[in-house]
Write a protein that binds this ligand. Structure first.
Ligand code: GFB
Length: 325
């Protein structure tokens, strides 16, 4: 029961009024595209300048003014291992404030269903692999991104508490590492794939003999193309209604060294890899158990080699790729 009393339950159909929070980011832009491609015509999107999600009064006024029925909460402060490890205060504060403002206002303004995005990095550092959803909060977190993980765990628990106490239909997804067109290619704040694509490209066009890879190259990571994630979020908004978070991934992983070799192939860099041991490896492994998701009838479709080739093409055409000398 929403606080505004009993009412006709809106269906997640073409005319459903949907707010995509964070529609300009890697994930939010892919979700907006997936929704439009799926025939949803009534999307509400706000840039950060139009709606500051860290401002509770502004978020309240927005939900007051707009009769939103479904929310995809893709807005967050995100980044790679270095950004998480050096901007610890922003990663916990910004993510806590965004999620508390949006989840609470959505409930109080009678939103029918909200989809929250966690991350595989909020599971315990040494969780049994592949990681099952039940592993959450069963052990210490990875130190380099603990502030972000604590904020995202709080978001998962907010959804659980509002569902249990108020009957608010909030679901939480736990996506694995994401990549794809529209990613952040800044070498300091980015995740590994855009960073390696940029470094391989720059080494190729400048004729450098090596490209630098952070850490030992031994950690293992699972990668899901962002278009697959977006497809999964639309599928789960329509088909998932349980309290427990649900993993979203491909269920297999590669070492950072194998990834760097795949990126070098995709870019056409033929030099050597130089491993920088002064940079952190982070979690040794975090591959997800996706049996629950697969049992619902969804599987990832885009292979890593195909996804890397597409990401490089996007970087050349729309990113700020260094031109060949
Ligand atoms: O993608 P990444 O920054 O995030 O790093 P995490 C993955 C692995 O790639 C780490 C190595 O072992 C990095 O040391 N790596 C190698 C590099 N070269 C590079 C490089 O040039 N740039 C980067 N960034 N990494 C994040 C969390 O952990 O996972 C976030 O900190 C978020 O909170 C994200 O959840 C999904 O997978 O280590």
């Amino acid at each position: 029961m929403s606080p505004t009393g009993a009412r006709q339950v809106p269906e997640f159909g073409p005319s459903a009024k949907i707010f995509v929070a964070g529609h300009r980011g890697l994930v939010g832009s892919a979700i907006s595209t997936a929704l439009r491609d799926g025939g949803h015509e009534n999307l509400v999107e706000r840039t950060r300048a139009e709606l500051d999600l860290t401002d509770q009064a502004a978020v309240d006024a927005f939900f007051d003014a707009e009769d939103i029925e479904f929310v995809f909460l893709a807005a967050a402060k995100v980044g790679g291992i270095h950004a998480n490890n050096t901007e610890r205060a922003e990663f916990i504060y910004d993510n806590l404030v965004i999620e508390t403002n949006v989840i609470d206002a959505a409930y109080r303004h009678g939103v029918e269903k909200l989809l929250f995005l966690g991350s595989s990095c909020i599971y315990p550092k040494l969780a049994d692999q592949p990681i099952r959803e039940e592993a959450l909060l069963t052990g210490p977190l990875e130190e380099t991104n603990e502030p972000y993980a604590i904020a995202k765990i709080a978001g998962v628990k907010l959804c659980e508490a509002y569902r249990r106490q108020y009957g608010f239909d909030a679901i939480s997804l736990m996506p694995t590492n994401l990549y794809g067109p529209g990613d952040n290619f800044d070498l300091e704040s980015s995740h590994v794939i855009p960073a390696l694509v940029r470094k391989a490209h720059e080494a190729k066009v400048t004729g450098a003999p090596t490209m630098t890879v952070w850490g030992s190259g031994e950690p293992r990571r699972e990668f899901l193309h962002v278009r697959d994630l977006a497809d999964a979020t639309v599928f789960l908004m329509a088909n998932y209604d349980e309290e427990i978070p649900i993993n979203v991934g491909v269920g297999e992983d590669v070492t950072v060294r194998e990834l760097a070799e795949l990126v070098a192939d995709a870019v056409g860099f033929t030099g050597e890899l130089a491993f920088d041991g002064s940079k952190p490896d982070g979690t040794p492994r975090k591959v997800l158990d996706v049996s629950r998701l697969n049992a619902l009838g969804w599987r990832a479709k885009i292979s890593l080699p195909d996804g890397l080739a597409e990401t490089y093409r996007w970087y050349l055409e729309d990113g700020d790729a260094l031109a060949a000398e």
